[in-house]
Ligand binder design. Structure first.
Ligand code: ATP
Length: 387
């Protein structure tokens, strides 16, 4: 079997639908530095896929190898089943939108969008129709004769999108497409990008280091770390079932405790964590670990509750006594409007982060600075990690 024929590791989903993009054992090295290290991945037609990871993890390099702007040191890129090894960038059925919405400043919006078709010598009448169609798609039909310096940042990014889409690529590649925009506009553009992808129906692959952006827009995300894929899944898979400390910590916010797995049975497991002593963490299922091994317990801030007294909080009533509870003191309350974040210090000085929705106008008055509180969580909330 040649490398090109090998199935990708996420084969269960990919087997049913022919992938539009396939990375097969792709590596990129610069000297001894592995920017991308043996990545295999299938992306299905019509997905809004995100490559997410911290700066320097190799996500842009992976995207550039797909576009043909970098040559892999090893491995193959397939587009629609075809090996791209000998195909130059301009012959690949992909188009790229860059971070800094590179539009030509001396051309009108319409001329910017028409540029690629002009180079391809598409006749004027067809060009005009397609420009209008592409501008309507990004809601800029009424600004066709404007110059780029008469546009807002969001409008300029939409010109760049129209220019990329006019050539009808099978896949649109977006390299940090919203990072040059301010926070409010970014959020509005997330929604627009997602709407646009549904309208045109082609595959979008976006590189971002912003986990909120990836969670908000993407249908599937590959979290990258040090040139490799740390975990692949839907936004909720990654948030609710992180497979490692890296992913739990990178996606969202988390309270993490190191501990020892003291028992692991089919119907329940318990973990002793020095930070929570004398209490232990209980989960109502096996964690498939080795007893006495070191594990990490990850609990999201919104999955912890605050209580004023020591009587067993309702969330833990199904657990044995002294499980899934901790005692501490409120050190700080951050009021964020929709939620408040409580920073609770445990006896050993360790700080917990607990978030509570402010459902009524008076919710934030329930607890105050310096108050002694009990923190509890349901047995279904902790994720017990082995790495
Ligand atoms: P960022 O979010 O900061 O753009 P990234 O995850 O996209 O980061 P890459 O740009 O893919 O990361 O870079 C991965 C690694 O490869 C980095 O350590 C980077 O310094 C290195 N690198 C990228 N391009 C080159 C190059 N042309 N020559 C040498 N090293 C490079």
């Amino acid at each position: 079997m040649s490398a090109v024929d090998q199935p990708a590791p996420n084969g269960a989903r990919a087997a049913a639908i022919k992938p539009i993009i396939g990375f097969r054992n792709i590596s990129k090295r610069w000297g001894s530095m592995h920017a991308v290290d043996n990545v295999s991945l299938d992306i299905e037609p019509g997905e809004f896929f995100a490559l997410l990871g911290p700066s320097g993890c190799g996500k842009t390099t992976l995207l550039r190898m797909l576009a043909g702007l970098e040559v892999p040191t090893e491995g193959h890129v397939l587009i629609d089943g075809q090996d791209m090894s000998d195909i130059p960038p301009n012959k690949r059925a992909v188009n790229m939108v860059f971070q800094s919405y590179a539009v030509f400043p001396h051309m009108t919006v319409a001329d910017n969008v028409a540029y690629g078709l002009k180079i391809d010598r598409v006749p004027q009448s067809e060009r005009d129709n397609r420009v209008q169609e592409a501008l309507d798609l990004v809601q800029l039909g009424h600004l066709a004769s404007r110059m780029p310096d008469q546009l807002s940042g969001g409008q300029r990014q939409r010109v760049a999108l129209a220019r990329a889409l006019i050539k009808k690529p099978k896949v649109l590649l977006l390299d940090e497409p919203l990072s040059a925009l301010d926070a409010k506009l970014r959020e509005a553009m997330r929604f627009e990008l997602s709407q646009l992808q549904q309208k045109v129906g082609i595959t979008f692959i976006m590189v971002t280091h912003d986990q909120d952006e990836a969670l908000a827009i993407a249908s599937r995300i590959a979290v990258m770390n040090k040139g490799s894929i740390a975990q692949l899944g839907t936004p909720s898979d990654l948030y609710e079932f992180p497979a490692s400390r890296f992913v739990a910590d990178f996606i969202g916010s988390v309270n993490m405790f190191e501990g020892t797995l003291i028992s692991d049975k089919p119907e329940e497991a318990t973990v002793a964590c020095p930070d929570l002593s004398p209490y232990v963490v209980h989960v109502p299922h096996s964690v498939a670990g080795q007893e006495e091994s070191t594990v990490w317990v990850a609990i999201r801030p919104e999955k912890m509750s605050l209580h004023k007294d020591a009587e067993t909080p309702p969330a833990v009533s199904k657990c044995p006594a002294a499980h899934n509870v901790a005692k501490g003191e409120i050190k700080e309350i951050s009021y964020l409007g929709d939620i408040s974040i409580f920073h609770v210090m445990l006896a050993n000085g360790r700080l917990l982060r607990i978030s509570r929705p402010n459902r009524s106008r008076w919710d934030q008055d329930d607890f105050t600075w310096g108050e002694t509180v009990w923190v509890s969580w349901d047995g279904s909330s902790p994720v017990v990690l082995q790495s």
